[in-house]
Write a protein that binds this ligand. Structure first.
Ligand SMILES: NC(=O)c1ccc[n+]([C@@H]2O[C@H](COP(=O)([O-])OP(=O)(O)OC[C@H]3O[C@@H](n4cnc5c(N)ncnc54)[C@H](OP(=O)(O)O)[C@@H]3O)[C@@H](O)[C@H]2O)c1
Length: 246
């Protein structure tokens, strides 16, 4: 079986190609003989593609629809696999909030834009490319902390809320997509705690065996996707394939 349970030859788009998990997705797909093409979108310059089947498209700012639309216009008519691996937890002058007292409108807007609006624009410009008559997979990296039911610790208000917003949109897109592409799988994914720039400031309390490398996480996530059926669409699953409560 090919990656994500797809039949070969298949075409893939990875968004957030310069990120840790996005880069690992590209490496895994490039190594799959059934994968015909991998297109990687990234905001900044990416390292040169190391396989002939990989095409890197730089300069895609996900919060700017004109930028997303321009990159989407270069996509093939059909895509079998879309993996949205972009997102932000912190940034210049932005730290996850520990209290409602720390909420700042501009910082909230930036985190919502990265985690909810960016994937929404990717959805707008890619869902119509999923084939109608065969299996396809569209997945976005969410986070377990986006679960309202699972929130016992509080904190990280903007990140949690932006991922919850993403999860709600995933459910909306899944309902809509089922009408035109009934064999499509559309889900959110929690990658585990993964060594990356995003998690680097928060790895202190994570046991070594619970901190995945990006390659490990990408492997687990592709296997979790392979086990998903269209009936799973609209849900969020962790790296082991276990559903996460809304
Ligand atoms: N690492 C973890 O432990 C963990 C846990 C749970 C969920 N996640 C989720 O997994 C996903 C990937 O995280 P990661 O650990 O691989 O982090 P990462 O290495 O920081 O990658 C995130 C990527 O998203 C890109 N990005 C952010 N905002 C963007 C924008 N507006 N336009 C275009 N690209 C943008 C970044 O681009 P630049 O390179 O240009 O900054 C970066 O390449 C995120 O959605 C994150 O929330 C990660």
């Amino acid at each position: 079986m090919s990656e994500a349970g797809l039949a070969g030859p298949y075409r893939a788009l990875v968004v957030g190609a310069r990120g840790a998990i996005g880069g690992a997705f590209i490496e895994a797909l490039a190594a799959d003989p059934d994968c015909a093409d991998v297109i990687g979108w990234s905001r900044g310059p990416t390292p040169a593609a190391n396989a002939a089947k990989v095409t890197m498209r730089d300069g895609v700012e996900l919060t700017n629809e004109a930028s997303v639309a321009a990159a989407a216009a270069e996509l093939p008519t059909e895509l079998d696999l879309v993996l949205v691996a972009s997102g932000a937890l912190h940034g210049a002058g932005i730290q996850p909030e520990k209290s409602y007292r720390a909420l700042e409108a501009a910082n909230m807007a930036a985190i919502f834009a990265a985690n909810a609006i960016g994937p929404a624009l990717v959805a707008k410009h890619s869902l119509g490319r999923l084939p109608r008559g065969r299996r396809s997979v569209w997945a976005a990296l969410s986070a377990r902390v986006g679960s309202i039911g699972d929130n016992r610790l509080g904190g990280w208000h903007s990140y949690r809320a932006s991922k919850a917003a993403l999860n709600m949109m995933l459910r909306c897109w899944a309902i809509e997509l089922a009408r035109t592409a009934p064999q499509a799988v559309l889900v959110g994914l929690h990658p585990g705690t993964v060594a990356s720039a995003l998690s680097a400031p928060f790895q202190g309390n994570v046991a070594a065996e619970k901190l995945f490398t990006p390659a490990q996480s990408a492997r687990f996530l592709l296997d979790a996707l392979a086990a998903r059926a269209p009936a799973d669409s609209g849900g969020v699953f962790d790296w082991a394939g276990t559903p996460i409560a809304p």
